[in-house]
Design a protein around this ligand. Structure first.
Ligand SMILES: *[C@@H]1O[C@H](CO)[C@@H](O)[C@H](O)[C@H]1NC(C)=O
Ligand SMILES: *[C@@H]1O[C@H](CO)[C@@H](O)[C@H](O)[C@H]1NC(C)=O
Ligand SMILES: *[C@@H]1O[C@H](CO)[C@@H](O)[C@H](O)[C@H]1NC(C)=O
Ligand SMILES: *[C@@H]1O[C@H](CO)[C@@H](O)[C@H](O)[C@H]1NC(C)=O
Length: 779
């Protein structure tokens, strides 16, 4: 971004206030789960792409999935089972017209399904971009068939023309609320309700200024309302800030809301919202001078509680590419509605010749309050519908739809920050843990095709795991949750995936199960397994806030494995730690090993180079993980290493020099040298980008005591991230080294070095992390 941007002083002040010492950024997932087809049920149809619209029909046990030129009805319990589908393709004539208007016939001139809602007659309303000529239709499902009625309704203002443009929509009592652009050029953004009376926003930059629509939600605010208030529809989006006196374009996140009963004004604001109010939404992420940009929201309401206790969770990404942090912030609905109901307005005042400046309006505010819904007080004054609102109030709101005050998240800081992953979507699930307490678990989709599962335990950010759902990595474009099946559904350009809320079986030991701090999982002593909470009647061991594994029974001793080496040969002993937060160490005959020229301590194992007699003996790999409660040590692996003798054991060991394809030691040195160079480049790049050093982290204490592999700030995070994308160790694919830090893909080319190293028992095992060792000797 431009150096002049810091001139946006209005933004800097609140930021300065958030620069707190204890801010904890850059949270690392405890467990990284590489892609595996058992991670999720997948759906993909040959030749069909862009699976980015979903509708859950729990009443029919269906997941409706909208893709390019097709809608699918999938089994809600297993989406790999297709029950029905219907094609909705553009005609050749439509394609030609679209092409003649300068659009790409192979991408833009297709029909992308963008809207799927249930209607009150149990049918579905579906809209598509239809070759830059949006159209809507009704669809029904019966006797295993999906049928489009071919009504050909105009989709203008409901569905975008441009398939690459973001939009939002919601169906409330059979009325479609949509936020999109209503013309071919994409220059007329609207928030619109199509029925019973069609009303929309004004085409004024003070209402919507180059917006990027994100999501919509409704709030039943009339329920038990003493003021006789109306229900509301909220819209989340980002736009160019009109109120910033900057030289450059500055994006801000917004929340806007309208009243459901709005019919527009009589003379002023005819067929326009009289209740459109918007406010800036802040998610103050330390390190950034520019506001973060909202990407998705999730409404989380406790059915037992008042609507005022509902929360909106939102994911944010930076607007400049100098940062690669993503964040989650949560907002109280009551805080948002208070700003709209009581806050001050902003007003434009002319300064000098052609400029206006947006300042707080401190003059008199007309009655009834501009932008308010019709309530008891208005009714008393004879105003029973928005058509009765006096012009003075309407003129005010027409000119000043922006509130002065910005909305701050709960705690005035993010719930979660992660470096190197770009958040795209979020779902939040409430779960009652073994101790009876309720937790909000966040499921976050990323641009890299992974899903994060995270909880904020009393201010401590904790990412339980990061699971790779799509391989090759595809951005997650939609995320839904069904409380009937208890399953999550994710859509990407390539396909759709279904996963359970938890796969507790990934923890094989009690200690791992407890230290995972997953509210859905607990250790069942009777069966000796980590199990899903609601699937067990027995008392389970769980310690979410503390990670206290002291109740765990002693783990079974690990069985030592036999390995042989050849004089001058190389051997890798694997030690896959279950946790990224753990520190691993090695012992030989009970005394600790340190890195030397012939012994390399890797992230996932120990590498012995140019072996000699002295390398034989009993090796043990320990994993030490620190939780709030204690430090826990587990033995991950044990090896008995002996010198190979001719015909020893069943294992045949070939001398290294006899191997056809194994790299010689000299070759290895070349590789190490290359790595060193690429590492220095990476390090330099990280310094240049300002990723190093990083003063904060997620689990400060933990990280400080962590081993060399955990001490490198941004570099470390990026490498971890790379690890997350690594295929399962068992798959033994060569690894591409050179950390790719999230969004900035343009660096991979120069840093990528692919290689593999020989291992006695595992000829294709990879050597993923030599850079740590080199790096350590560097520091
Ligand atoms: C649709 O999917 C294809 C293939 O993955 C992708 O290249 C394209 O950008 C997607 N189009 C939209 C509008 O998302
Ligand atoms: C699922 O959620 C809906 C509201 O979203 C609620 O009415 C219903 O009772 C929930 N069902 C279950 C099984 O929790
Ligand atoms: C390892 O070797 C020892 C003695 O050579 C033998 O007793 C033991 O069974 C072997 N263990 C395995 C796992 O093969
Ligand atoms: C391997 O070790 C031997 C002695 O232990 C030494 O002479 C030789 O140079 C070493 N080879 C390499 C490639 O380091």
């Amino acid at each position: 971004m431009h150096p002049l941007l810091p001139l946006c002083v209005f933004w800097l002040l609140p930021l300065a206030l958030t620069l707190e010492e204890d801010s904890s950024l850059d949270c690392v997932p405890r467990r990284s789960v590489p892609y595996h087809r058992d991670n999720a049920h997948l759906f993909h149809e040959e030749g069909v792409f862009n699976y980015s619209t979903m509708l859950l029909r729990e009443d029919l046990d269906l997941l409706l999935l909208g893709a390019r030129e097709a809608v699918y009805a999938l089994d809600l319990n297993d989406i790999s089972k297709k029950l029905a589908s219907v094609k909705w393709e553009v005609t050749q004539q439509q394609k030609d017209e679209c092409k003649n208007k300068g659009k790409d016939p192979e991408t833009e001139c297709k029909n992308y399904i963008r809207i799927l809602h249930q209607t009150e007659d149990n049918k579905m309303y579906v809209c598509g971009t239809n070759a830059f000529d949006p159209e809507c239709d009704y669809m029904s499902y019966s006797k295993g068939k999906l049928t489009l009625e071919k009504k050909g309704e105009d989709g203008k203002g409901k569905c975008p023309f441009d398939p690459f443009q973001r939009y939002a929509s919601i169906m409330v009592e059979n009325n479609l609320y949509s936020a999109t652009s209503m013309n071919f050029l994409g220059s007329e953004p609207v928030l619109m309700r199509s029925s019973p009376v069609s009303i929309r926003t004004e085409f004024k930059s003070s209402w919507l200024h180059e917006p990027n629509f994100v999501s919509m939600a409704q709030m039943p605010e009339s329920y038990l309302s003493e003021e006789g208030d109306d229900d509301k529809v909220y819209l989340f989006f980002s736009e160019s800030a009109v109120e910033c006196d900057c030289y450059n374009k500055l994006l801000v996140s917004r929340v806007a809301r309208v009243c459901k009963g709005d019919l527009g004004g009589r003379r002023t604001l005819q067929k326009k919202w009289t209740s459109f109010l918007k406010a800036r939404l802040d998610c103050p992420v330390l390190e950034s001078q520019l506001p973060y940009i909202i990407q998705d929201t999730y409404r989380s309401c406790d059915p037992q509680k008042h609507w005022k206790d509902c929360l909106f969770y939102a994911v944010f990404t930076p607007q400049s590419d100098t940062s690669d942090l993503s964040a989650v912030c949560a907002y109280r609905v009551s805080d948002i509605s208070k700003v709209f109901a009581e806050g001050k307005y902003k007003t434009a005042v002319p300064v000098e010749t052609s400029f206006v400046k947006w300042v707080m309006y401190s003059g008199e505010v007309p009655v009834p309050r501009p932008g308010a819904c019709i309530d008891n007080e208005a009714r008393k004054a004879g105003i029973t519908q928005t058509l009765d609102i006096p012009d003075q109030t309407l003129q005010f709101i027409k000119d000043k739809p922006l509130m002065d005050q910005a909305i701050q998240p709960i705690g005035e800081r993010p719930l979660l920050v992660r470096r190197g992953a770009t958040f795209t979507r979020i779902i939040v699930n409430r779960v009652q843990a073994a101790g009876g307490e309720m937790y909000h678990v966040m499921f976050i989709g990323t641009e890299e095709g992974t899903m994060l599962k995270a909880v904020n335990y009393d201010g401590e950010m904790f990412i339980i795991e990061e699971v790779q759902l799509f391989q090759p990595p595809e951005p997650i474009k939609i995320l839904k949750f069904s409380n009937v099946t208890g399953q999550l559904y994710a859509g990407s350009d390539y396909g759709a995936a279904q996963t359970p809320l938890a796969t507790c079986g990934r923890s094989l030991s009690c200690m791992d199960c407890v230290l995972a701090r997953d509210p859905y999982c607990g250790w069942d002593k009777a069966v000796g397994k980590c199990v899903f909470l609601s699937s067990s009647q027995r008392e389970l061991i769980q310690s979410l806030k503390e990670g206290d594994a002291s109740l765990c029974p002693d783990a079974d001793p690990v069985k030592p494995m036999n390995r042989s080496i050849w004089p001058g040969g190389n051997l890798k002993l694997r030690c896959p730690s279950p946790s990224n937060l753990a520190k691993t160490s090695w012992e030989r005959h009970g005394s600790p090993l340190t890195t030397s020229t012939r012994l390399q301590l890797l992230r996932d194992g120990l590498l012995i180079l140019n072996a000699t007699d002295s390398d034989t003996g009993r090796y043990r790999c320990l994993s030490v993980e620190l939780s709030k409660a204690d430090e826990y040590t587990t033995t991950v692996a044990e090896y008995q290493v002996s010198m190979a003798t001719a015909g020893s054991g069943g294992r045949s060991v070939i001398p290294p020099q006899a191997r056809m394809d194994g790299p010689s030691v000299a070759g290895l040195q070349v590789v190490v040298g290359l790595l060193l160079v690429s590492l220095l480049a990476l390090l330099g790049w990280n310094f240049y980008k300002g990723h190093l050093p990083l003063p904060w982290n997620c689990r400060k204490k933990n990280r400080e005591q962590s081993q060399e592999t955990h001490e490198q700030g941004g570099l470390n995070a990026s490498v971890k991230y790379q690890d997350a994308l690594r295929p399962a160790p068992a798959e033994d694919k060569p690894l591409v080294l050179g950390a790719n830090n999230g969004r900035n893909n343009n660096h991979t080319g120069e840093e990528a070095v692919a290689f593999s190293v020989e291992e006695n028992d595992n000829p294709q095992a990879t050597l993923p992390s030599l850079q740590y060792i080199d790096d350590e000797s560097d520091i």
